[in-house]
Design a protein around this ligand. Structure first.
Ligand code: AMP
Length: 264
């Protein structure tokens, strides 16, 4: 297809697809001639065995959803096709992977880089689509492409949310109805920070967010940080880029993440 001059867009996913994934497919369909969606629950990016084994898998439902979304090609390889041999590379992704998800989930970004690089090699796309929902991942994939001269355009797409504001995630399938109601507080907290961002310094915003979430029974906060949205360093008055609020929390034993650029 490449040789025929067609433009190819790739959406790497771990399956258990939802409308957030469909929004990436739609973005690729607008920009490219051929859209490939990969479905692969990547063992190397999970640092806990139970998290990997509990991760939702629903191939038939995913295939129906992809057909409905008019995705051109589905690539759902077995582990041996992606990793015929172990990838021993230690990927250089810069400082953006050394904090938050990087410290909370040791080895996660290296495993992510490993699979994304393999999927790029196997599908050879012009462009690849990722969700800003995984904020650090977007920065890390851009660093991967830059540092390894991969020549693929990385498109980062907005977060698709439920009506309650809850960011869509495959992991939401593991939550009860009550858990989902609780989880919507993550978004409400981010909205509060966005509304307060003109009036408060980053430290005060962090305190506001932490206090909001710590008061809610059933939410176990892992981190809430206010950082420079480009460098993920503490914001300074000289910054020209807006701040981003990033949060990770546990609800009913499920780890959820969300974020928002503070620009109100
Ligand atoms: P996953 O299958 O969870 O690894 O996600 C595959 C891709 O979809 C990643 O680039 C995610 O950031 C993106 N994604 C997941 N949830 C959402 C969402 N709610 N809105 C937009 N993109 C998303």
């Amino acid at each position: 297809m490449r040789n025929q001059g067609l433009r190819i867009g790739l959406i790497p996913t771990m399956g258990a697809l939802h409308e957030g994934h469909v929004s990436l497919i739609e973005a690729s369909k607008r920009d490219n001639d051929v859209t490939i969606c990969s479905l692969f629950v990547n063992p190397t990016q999970f640092n806990e065995k139970s998290d990997f084994s509990d991760y939702p898998r629903q191939l038939d439902t995913d295939l129906a959803l992809l057909e409905n979304a008019k995705c051109d090609i589905v690539f759902a390889p077995p582990v041996t096709e992606v990793y015929p041999e172990e990838d021993k590379e230690v990927y250089q992704l810069g400082e953006v992977v050394e904090i938050l998800e990087g410290t909370g989930r040791p080895g996660h970004f290296n495993g992510m880089a490993s699979v994304v690089k393999r999927l790029f090699d196997l599908t050879n796309p012009h462009q690849a689509y990722f969700g800003i929902k995984d904020y650090q991942q977007c920065l890390a994939v851009k660093a991967l492409v830059k540092n390894y001269h991969l020549g693929i355009n990385i498109v980062c797409c907005p977060i698709f949310r439920e009506e309650s504001g809850l960011a869509m995630s495959s992991r939401n399938l593991l939550l009860s109805k009550e858990g989902k109601i609780l989880a919507a507080h993550l978004h409400q907290c981010l909205e509060l920070l966005n509304k307060s961002s003109q009036k408060k310094e980053s430290n005060a915003l962090q305190y506001l967010g932490e206090s909001y979430l710590q008061k809610i029974n059933g939410i176990e906060l892992e981190y809430l940080e206010i950082l420079n949205s480009e460098t993920l360093k503490p914001p300074t008055n000289a910054d020209k880029t807006p701040m981003v609020a990033l949060v990770a929390a546990w609800i009913e034993g499920v780890r959820l993440i969300d974020n928002m650029i503070l620009q109100e």
